[in-house]
Write a protein that binds this ligand. Structure first.
Ligand code: A3P
Length: 276
């Protein structure tokens, strides 16, 4: 990869990270450099759940929901000391690729993951076709699972969606807009998919509602850790929580810009069978 990198198309208009186009996707150079190590050394477990997303499409929310759902036995969502009340969702669920902002070493990150207790919930911004085969090749009980969230409009998601059609037990495809419309149904679907569906008692006891509330934009946005904290690279935690609505683009894009974007999305989706 290090030899290939200089020959790949370069994009420097998205500071701070220079991007290179690889397999049709624009990715930070630093992530591409680390890709071979991730492929060679990440050891997925059958109980692993990988949360996959394009940036700005609901990653933080999905991390919070999946973490709260997977760990509800040890950390009931109503718990005053719940990790999500003192840690940003990105601290609770880490990205599996090296975090270029934090300049973390992939080797030590992978070692850290190896120490995590099952079920592990990890996240990635890698497109489906660049995930290690150890994640995408398996089937049935021995294979780990992938949850993908997309948000309109995005042109980098389609291979995830196709995969969810091909491997419905291993890949769950979520749409941010539908999550907004019915977060309770989303959490139930997520739990079922992760192999930890809610019992009747839990549902009647309001656990689903508690998880939805704990992970709601209002709740997370107002937590002290998310209002004041930030990571070592200077990215403030409050940057992850803005409006959390559908259709806010109308307030920012001119009709002409929206038309151009629609065209790009339409071309990207052409023939896929998927429509927003
Ligand atoms: P807006 O900028 O439209 O408000 P990501 O986490 O992938 O970077 O996505 C960020 C988007 O998700 C932001 O959208 C943010 O406000 C929204 N978001 C963050 N937390 C959320 C939550 N708990 N519920 C709903 N949306 C949330």
């Amino acid at each position: 990869m290090a030899e290939l990198l200089p020959s790949l198309p370069l994009e420097t208009r998205c500071p701070p990270l220079p991007l290179r186009r690889y397999n049709g996707f624009w990715l930070p150079e630093s992530v591409l450099t680390e890709l071979p190590a991730i492929h060679a050394r990440l050891e997925p477990r059958p109980s692993d759940v990988f949360l996959a997303s394009f940036p700005k499409s609901g990653t933080t929310w999905l991390k919070a929901l999946a973490f709260a759902t997977a760990h509800r036995a040890t950390h009931p969502p109503s718990d005053a000391g719940h990790p999500l009340r003192r840690m940003n969702p990105h601290e609770c669920v880490q990205f599996m690729e090296m975090d270029p902002e934090l300049r973390r070493d992939t080797g030590s990150l992978l070692e850290e993951f190896a120490q995590l207790a099952s079920p592990r919930v990890l996240a990635t911004h890698l497109p489906y076709c660049l995930l290690p085969e150890s994640i995408t090749a398996g089937e049935g009980a021995a294979a780990s699972r992938v949850v993908y969230v997309c948000r309109n409009p995005k042109d980098a998601f389609i291979s995830y969606w196709e995969a969810s059609m091909r491997r419905p037990k291993q890949v769950l495809f979520l749409e941010y807009e539908r999550m907004l419309r019915d977060p309770e149904a989303t959490v139930k679907k997520l739990a079922e998919f992760m192999g930890c569906g809610f019992s009747k008692e839990e549902e009647e006891g309001g656990v689903v509602d508690e998880i939805v509330k704990l992970c709601s934009l209002k709740e997370l946005k107002n937590m002290e850790v998310n209002r004041s904290g930030g990571n070592q690279a200077g990215v403030r935690n409050d940057a992850y929580f803005r409006k959390g609505s559908s259709g806010d683009w109308r307030n920012h894009l001119t009709p002409e810009m929206a038309r151009r974007l629609d065209k790009i999305v339409e071309e990207a989706l052409h023939g896929s069978g998927f429509a927003f």
